[in-house]
Design a protein around this ligand. Structure first.
Ligand SMILES: [Cu+2]
Length: 222
């Protein structure tokens, strides 16, 4: 018999907390600039409560999307290990491309991954990364590279905190990023615009290598 009041207050407590959370959810959905609601200017950034939102294109609509913070890697986690692509793939006949003063690469976003191709020489025929390197973008140290960023579907984020890059891959226009990386190393990147179900897995890395290693890598692509 004495148990009954305890049970009762427990039930009351649970219903109260349910009420409170739904009230919160309600006020959140009513907040201005809430994720999913309409916005007017693509690229605009605003706040919705504690959340940062960005105005992006999603299909034919222009809506607010939650901006996801990408953690800045501490220097300790930034590997300076140079990849040795030449060792991982040893084609019998390898023509190493000539060194260039500047380079051009395509960065393509698709729900939910990034892929990269390299536009080398005068022909600029895109050379695709091998599947084992598909989400890695190699860049030559100390050389200017133009990254041509585009999306195949909705807007995606292209954020590499270690290189100070935070851009948007839009389905409507190419975003050009010019970068001359000073240091070799691996720099983790991620999409930072909520782009749907597979958003959290939309990660990639930029690996900066010496120009000689870069040319060796390009020689392995087809
Ligand atoms: Cu994305």
């Amino acid at each position: 018999m004495r148990r009954f009041p305890v049970l009762f207050s427990l039930v009351a407590l649970i219903s109260l907390s349910v009420l409170f959370t739904s009230a919160q959810a309600f006020s959140f959905s009513k907040a201005a600039n809430s994720p999913g609601s309409k916005c007017s200017k693509v690229g605009a950034v605003a706040r919705s409560g504690a959340t940062q939102v960005k105005c992006v294109k999603s299909g034919k609509k222009i809506i607010w999307r939650k901006v996801v913070q990408v953690k800045t890697p501490s220097p300790a986690t930034t590997s300076t290990l140079k990849p040795t692509p030449a060792q991982t793939q040893t084609p019998t006949t390898t023509t190493i491309p000539a060194a260039q003063n500047e380079y051009e690469v395509n960065a393509k976003a698709t729900q939910w991954s990034y892929s990269f191709s390299y536009l080398i020489g005068a022909s600029k025929i895109p050379l695709n990364s091998a599947s084992s390197h598909s989400n890695i973008l190699y860049l030559p140290q100390g050389k200017l590279t133009h990254i041509l960023l585009k999306s195949n579907d909705v807007s995606h984020g292209f954020s590499i905190p270690g290189l100070g890059i935070d851009k948007e891959a839009s389905p409507d226009a190419t975003t050009k990023i010019d970068i001359t990386p000073e240091k070799t190393g691996t720099f983790p990147g991620a999409c930072n615009i909520q782009c749907g179900r597979g958003h959290a897995g939309m990660i990639f890395s930029i690996v900066v290598v010496s120009q000689a290693d870069y040319l060796n890598y390009l020689a392995t692509l087809k």
